[in-house]
Design a protein around this ligand. Structure first.
Ligand SMILES: [Zn+2]
Length: 417
């Protein structure tokens, strides 16, 4: 992640990796778009940031608390455009039309950079060897460097203590944006040095509008917008027909386990984990093509080698993206199972069908609520969370899924016996 100011754009920047899809197109943006118009569903946060810009009182560190990917990326880019646009129409916004704004909004300008966790989280070496040197390097383009720490709540304590030093004596040209779902994982000394902003899940209207822009077939729009549970990231994933089909299979897991008996647990776990691996394989194939293009761009095949360090950086970026693709697929699966179990509990508690997340699976939910006692459904839900944590610690996906499915299925078999 070092070397942001060198090399062809998009090669050394981590922006635009699969976890940070460039979804401007999805939101109807284009040349000349209003940078703040790209930040959907967060009017309170947008007003606060624009007011700070207008008064020239922009904090040097912002802490965005909220669910992942509900506008953190768009908000950071709009802020970066306002701070770096060479001819801003007003102090609180970039023009959205110039080359600088366009690159910032696409995520390919070196002044606005996403710092993604490499593995399970950010570690002290990231802060000392990458963030701090990069923050103090002079800028070759733009006026103000905006560094967004993606999943800042996944910084371990040593990393936070190292990071605290830059927060206490910030270089004047640098602005930090910390994304966190969980404020509790951050040291009070870090939190107290940031200006806090709350980001909220998207409401139904914004999700339905996004569903339409994503060209989700009309018949599925309402159900998938609801299944997204406030997360535009999840809705973007569900817009892929392959992911929507996988969701239907995931919602049918309890039925399969109940019908086929204990012998089905291991094969079903294998099948689910193979699906997640397959999602990463598609990303890998795309990377092979990109590598060939880069070799051509650098003239590598003409007897010249790669410029120093570039291939290592590219390869690390690819590997990280491939790991993330597999993890995202597993998260989609776990989100599906968790939402189904929550709905099961709601059905068992007599909640009306209109309150379900999985509106399109009401009949299946009523059938499965008879199979899995509500107390066991609550425990199964906790097992989904435990599975996620085990995966955070780099546990084997197949083994963790097997363990999860056994915990879901055993009470079903006990209840049937
Ligand atoms: Zn501009």
């Amino acid at each position: 992640m070092s070397g942001w100011d060198e090399g062809p754009v998009g090669v050394v920047s981590s922006a635009g990796s699969p976890s940070q899809p460039d979804h401007r197109g999805d939101l109807g943006g284009g040349a000349g778009a209003d940078p703040w118009g790209e930040v959907i569903g967060q009017p309170v946060a947008v007003t606060a940031v624009r007011a700070a810009l207008a008064r020239d009182e922009v904090a040097h560190a912002w802490l965005l608390i909220g669910p992942r990917e509900v506008g953190q990326s768009e908000l950071t880019r709009a802020l970066g455009a306002a701070l770096n646009c060479p001819e801003p129409p007003a102090p609180d916004t970039g023009c959205g039309r110039c080359a600088t704004c366009a690159r910032i909004l696409r995520g390919t300008h070196p002044a606005v950079v996403d710092l993604e966790p490499e593995g399970a989280g950010h570690v002290v070496a990231d802060v000392r060897e990458d963030w701090i040197p990069s923050a103090s390097r002079s800028m070759t383009e733009g006026r103000r460097r905006v560094l967004r720490i993606v999943a800042a709540d996944r910084m371990n304590e040593a990393a936070q203590n190292a990071f605290l030093k830059v927060l206490e004596e910030p270089p004047a040209s640098v602005l930090w944006v910390l994304d966190a779902e969980d404020e509790g994982s951050l040291l009070e000394t870090v939190v107290s040095r940031c200006r806090r902003l709350d980001l909220v899940p998207w409401g139904p209207t914004a999700l339905l509008e996004l569903a339409e822009r994503l060209s989700i077939p009309e018949a599925q729009r309402a159900a998938l917008a609801r299944a997204a549970s406030g997360s535009p990231q999840r809705l973007r994933a569900l817009a892929d027909p392959e992911v929507a089909a996988a969701r239907e299979r995931h919602l049918g897991v309890i039925d399969r386990l109940a019908t086929a008996g204990p012998g089905a647990v291991v094969p079903v776990a294998k099948e689910l984990s193979a699906w997640a691996k397959g999602r990463a394989a598609a990303v890998k194939a795309k990377h092979a093509e990109e590598l060939a293009d880069l070799e051509a761009a650098f003239g590598v095949d003409g007897g010249r080698g790669w410029p120093s360090g570039v291939k290592g950086r590219v390869t690390r970026r690819f590997e990280r993206a491939e790991r993330q693709a597999q993890r995202q697929a597993l998260d989609l699966l776990l989100d599906d199972l968790a939402a189904y179990l929550r709905d099961l509990i709601a059905v068992a508690s007599g909640a009306p069908g209109s309150s379900l997340v999985n509106l399109d699976a009401e009949a299946e939910l009523r059938r499965d609520a008879e199979r899995l006692p509500v107390r066991d459904a609550v425990e199964a839900l906790a097992a989904v969370a435990a599975c996620r944590e085990a995966l955070d610690r780099n546990g084997s996906a197949e083994l963790q899924l097997e363990r999860l499915l056994f915990r879901i299925a055993l009470p079903i078999y006990a209840a049937a016996a």
